[in-house]
Design a protein around this ligand. Structure first.
Ligand code: HEM
Length: 520
């Protein structure tokens, strides 16, 4: 699979190559200023002219100064594609959501694939959470499902979001990623460590965005026509199967192409190797909720095997690359709170917090009318939300701008199936190390994989100060004595390497990387 990428790069300009964006257009027309008046050739040459006379120069220069908008606080680096979702199994017995009813029904979709911690311009090939944010343009409004490559989340305490982001982003003094900050925070908030274990495992260095499963993680409440409620987790399973890179392959690719994930996705789609995912849902009934001996709304742990059943729903396919990255990707805004009739949504505390902050982030990043940006607009909307910063589209022209009114303005409808009450979820704040031990001993399939996890953890501890290292090793030992022992042993071995030997190792690593690169 890596080899294909080299071939793709060999002839970037060749006709019919995967670099389809190098097409030559039919003449587009006369170049104009932003105000539409044609540009004279003499307005494009400033040398030996009075630069201050040239209005065009100032329009272009001052616009350039304003080209950047704030990057996303997390998942800043990403790439997008358009596609569709097709129902393969009717699930109307569980939900009235139009998108999931009627075999063969197709709904247009935009997706944004991303990396969690890197800034815009960062490296794709790093051991970080990957995301896939999806917007389904359904007949009943936009449904946004936002998934990660992991089936669990870091914490169930919403307050931790800002603290985690600060600890895992850059040190305020050095401007670099800092394992001391990370481990300090982790040892004080051990709940997060479950996700960190998944991050240190093989699936967290995947071979591109296409070969990953994505999980919206939360337990969603859904309801059918009779008003019966179900509790479900959605899973998007890649049809290509999960493929991961070794650390050495990752290092080589990171050097060669920091945008590898974008390149891979782009090339696959233009070559018509459309990436596809099977959507399924794990289901618990209301009765099941009272029977299970775990909290099914806790995003930090998996549902126990044997307690739920899984039903297939459909197929998600991305078959069109975006035509303009800024317009379609940078300006896209996904809110987990964009739900449709038939899907009440999750009830846990983390989701409640997300209901507020995505919307707020997009108000800040894109402006209060971000829903009017084409990529974010639903198929149908008739609102009383008016005016404000552009874009405004037709601003509902002269239709009434208040409700109720006597002039036939938009009217609400009645969803008779929608539940009238909401369950209140109370979480426990006890730290449960059992899911972490289970991950290490049961989900991780082999001893060799356990060793790789320990090696990755140890590598992240090399620069950590003794006090924090001690706490980190204690935590790992509490989870599993074998884990603590392995990490300690690798750490000792890494520290024992004398500096010259280390230099040789780095040189060897680069040589290995070059060797690997020869093959793709
Ligand atoms: C308290 C919990 C959380 C908060 C407050 C939070 C907040 C945010 C914010 C503010 C953004 C940037 C949005 C933008 O600028 O458009 C974001 C992006 C994102 N978040 Fe979260 N998040 C939380 C938990 C989660 C969880 C549980 C998941 C996955 C299930 C997730 C997945 C993502 C993804 C994939 C993106 C990138 C969206 C895109 O591509 O535009 N987050 N989050």
């Amino acid at each position: 699979m890596i080899r294909r990428r080299r071939a793709a790069r060999a002839a970037p300009l060749a006709q019919g190559s995967d670099r389809a964006h190098y097409r030559v257009f039919e003449p587009i027309g006369v170049w104009t200023k932003t105000t539409g008046d044609p540009i004279d050739l003499r307005d494009t040459i400033f040398l030996n002219t009075d630069v201050f006379e040239n209005k065009h120069h100032f329009v272009v220069g001052s616009h350039l100064n304003r080209e950047r908008i704030p990057e996303r606080i997390v998942h800043a680096k990403g790439f997008g594609a358009y596609g569709y979702f097709e129902v393969t199994h009717d699930v109307s017995q569980y939900t009235t959501a139009d998108i999931f009813n009627g075999i063969g029904k197709k709904t247009p979709v935009v997706g944004r694939f991303s990396i969690a911690i890197q800034n815009l311009g960062g490296n794709d090939v790093v051991r970080e959470t990957k995301g896939l944010a999806m917007k389904f343009y359904t007949k009943q409004g936009n449904l946004d499902l936002i998934g990660l490559h992991l089936p669990i989340f870091l914490y169930k305490e919403p307050f931790d979001f800002a603290q985690f982001v600060h600890a895992f982003k850059r040190n305020p003094k050095t401007g670099t990623f800092d394992n001391n900050m990370r481990w300090d925070f982790l040892t004080l908030r051990p709940e997060h460590f479950h996700t960190i274990m998944w991050l240190m495992s093989d699936i967290s260095l995947p071979d591109g965005y296409r070969k990953i499963h994505y999980f919206p993680i939360h337990t969603y409440e859904i309801y059918n026509k009779k008003g019966e409620r179900y509790y479900v987790k959605f899973n998007f399973r890649t049809e290509l199967g999960v493929h991961n890179l070794t650390n050495a392959q990752g290092a080589a690719i990171a050097l060669e192409d920091p945008d590898y994930f974008n390149t891979d996705l782009y090339n696959a789609i233009v070559k018509k190797n459309y990436p596809a995912w099977r959507l399924e849902m794990d289901i618990l009934t209301r009765k099941d909720l009272t029977k299970v001996d775990y909290d099914p709304f806790d995003v930090t742990r998996l549902w126990k095997r044997g307690t739920y059943r899984t039903v297939p729903i459909g197929r998600l396919v991305f078959n069109r690359v975006v035509e303009n990255n800024f317009k379609d990707v940078e300006q896209s805004g996904f809110c987990p709170d964009n739900l449709v009739p038939g899907i009440v949504g999750p009830l846990d505390a983390v989701f409640k917090s997300r209901r507020i902050f995505y919307q707020d982030a997009q108000n800040y990043r894109l402006g209060s009318n971000f829903a009017n940006i084409r990529v974010n607009s639903p198929i149908y909307d008739k609102t009383y939300v008016r005016d404000g910063m552009p874009p405004l589209l037709d601003n509902m022209k002269d239709a009434p701008n208040y409700y109720p009114n006597s002039f036939n303005g938009p009217m609400p409808y009645v969803d008779e199936s929608r539940p009238t009450d909401r369950m209140v979820i109370l979480h426990r704040n006890a730290i449960d190390l059992q899911p972490m031990a289970e991950f290490y001993n049961e989900i991780v399939e082999s001893d060799a994989h356990r060793q790789r996890i320990a090696d990755n953890l140890a590598a992240s501890l090399v620069e950590v100060i003794p006090d924090i290292e001690k706490k980190a090793l204690r935590l790992m030992t509490l989870i599993d004595v074998d884990l603590g022992r392995r990490v300690r042993a690798t750490l000792t071995a890494l520290r024992a390497v004398d500096p010259q030997e280390r230099q040789r190792e780095i040189a060897q690593c680069i040589a290995n990387a070059n060797e690997i690169r020869k093959h793709y």
